[in-house]
Design a binder for this molecule. Structure first.
Ligand SMILES: Nc1ncnc2c1ncn2[C@@H]1O[C@H](COP(=O)(O)OP(=O)(O)OP(=O)(O)O)[C@@H](O)[C@H]1O
Ligand SMILES: [Mg+2]
Length: 425
């Protein structure tokens, strides 16, 4: 049988096409595998080798067993280079036999230069080379050897972070009681104390999440665990800034929850006041069910109310009143219109209400927000009938800058009552 030349060439080209198709599929498959491989299970990424100069080890087995998988675009490794947070913040799913799938955020706390500064400090104090092995250098430091004594350890923590700014030994013993990263059930070992100290120095957030758990009703994400220099926390949802254009009743509901958060952090059964000192939209999140949480706890100042009551500094019983001062173009944190010393010496302050009213709810923040809806505050465009019924704009202005003494603390309850009513309309 004779095959025509045309048919032969067609056959050859088809074979060549199929061959190239296979090569292309192979290359793209390999590239996809390389770029989307679950690289969280790499011990070097989380820096397990730095422990106990780390946040904890409770999550290491889970991570190394690949039970935490990156979500969506976070899988694509080369996208790491985009955005300042992308190499420190990963959205992921935790799959564990006892709790099923949980959406979490893996956070590398501390900026890289802060972490390397801490490592270099430990190496130099241990009289070792700059790039020494911190996990062994730390045991050479004399303060670590003395940290076994509770009173001494409490002294070392003093001033290490905002939560340890005001003096309180009760805070340290409460932290010991609630500490989930402990290696023994009956004591907080020296290794655990090094972890607590390092965490306090770099970012207190995991310590506060363990002390004030979401399960007990605190408005924070759940603390899931830590491995090396990463912590895993519950996913709080979208940033608050995504809700400035939401409908009025949703914004009223979020505002209500923010005021209730301010109330709970100021007065609670634990007798610790937690003052928010970095009040910006990005530090609050709203989940799919509309629940609001505080997702950045690095700048929370903790005041032990019982310690203030027993020390009785001048004016301790009076409600501390925050003073409104113009601060054009600055954020609440950079404006620094509060005094830690004053907050530490009063049982109660109106600080949290002031911060929420001024920097989230109203246009009085004075910062440079580009989006017009954001510039006007979360409660922009109050419907006319609601303003007439509740005098909401007046109450909010009083909350920002009261005209009478103790004016703010008097209006905040009226604001909460009004918002509670409005959000249900
Ligand atoms: N628990 C969480 N749930 C959902 N998103 C989160 C959570 N924690 C952090 N994020 C996201 O990551 C962002 C940055 O987190 P965080 O505020 O804790 O870090 P940061 O120290 O402010 O970082 P940077 O200084 O780089 O802004 C948040 O604004 C939020 O978008
Ligand atoms: Mg933040």
């Amino acid at each position: 049988m004779k095959i025509s030349l045309g048919k032969f060439i067609h056959f050859k080209l088809s074979c060549l096409f199929i061959f190239f198709l296979f090569v292309l599929l192979y290359i793209s498959g390999s590239l996809y595998w390389i770029f989307t491989e679950n690289y969280l299970g790499e011990p070097a990424l989380v820096e397990i080798n730095k422990c106990p100069v780390c946040y904890g080890e409770s999550l290491c087995q889970t991570l190394l067993r690949n039970q935490i998988k990156l979500s969506n675009l976070a899988k694509v490794r080369f996208l790491d280079i985009f955005g300042s947070n992308s190499d420190r913040m990963y959205h992921a799913t935790l799959n564990s036999p006892n709790r099923g799938n949980t959406e979490i955020v893996l956070k590398k706390l501390g900026k890289n230069h802060d972490l390397s500064d801490l490592d270099a400090l430990i190496c130099s104090k241990a009289k070792m080379a700059d790039d020494c092995d911190v996990s062994s250098a730390i045991s050479k430091l004399s303060f670590v050897k003395q940290s076994g004594q509770d009173a001494k350890f409490a002294k070392y923590l003093q001033g290490s972070s905002k939560m340890f700014y005001c003096p309180s030994t009760r805070l340290v013993s409460e932290l010991f009681n609630k500490y989930k990263e402990r290696s023994a059930t009956d004591e907080v070992t020296l290794r655990d104390r090094v972890k607590i100290w390092s965490t306090a120095i770099i970012n207190q957030e995991p310590l506060l999440l363990q002390m004030f758990p979401a399960a007990d009703g605190w408005p924070f994400p759940e603390y899931v665990g830590a491995c090396g220099r990463y912590v895993a926390v519950g996913n709080g949802g979208k940033q608050l800034s995504a809700f400035y254009n939401a409908n009025w009743s949703l914004r009223a509901d979020i505002a209500y929850q923010l005021m209730k958060i301010a109330e709970m952090l100021t007065n609670n059964k634990a007798d610790f006041a937690l003052y928010l000192t970095d009040v910006i939209d990005d530090n609050f999140a709203v989940d799919a069910d509309g629940n609001v949480t505080v997702i950045d706890l690095e700048d929370v100042l903790v005041v032990d109310k019982l310690a203030v009551k027993s020390a009785k500094p001048k004016g301790w019983e009076d409600v501390h009143e925050s003073v409104y001062a113009e601060c054009p173009g600055k954020t609440f944190k950079s404006c620094h219109s509060f005094s830690e010393v004053h907050l530490c010496s009063h049982v109660t302050s109106d600080h949290n209400y002031y911060a929420i009213c001024r920097y989230i709810l109203t246009p009085h923040h004075g910062s440079l927000k580009k989006d017009p809806a954001q510039a006007d505050g979360l409660l922009h465009d109050i419907p006319k009938n609601i303003d007439e019924d509740w005098d909401l704009e007046y109450l909010l202005n009083e909350c920002v800058s009261p005209k009478r003494q103790r004016g703010r603390i008097q209006v905040v309850h009226k604001i909460i009552e009004a918002l509670d009513h409005i959000r249900k309309l």
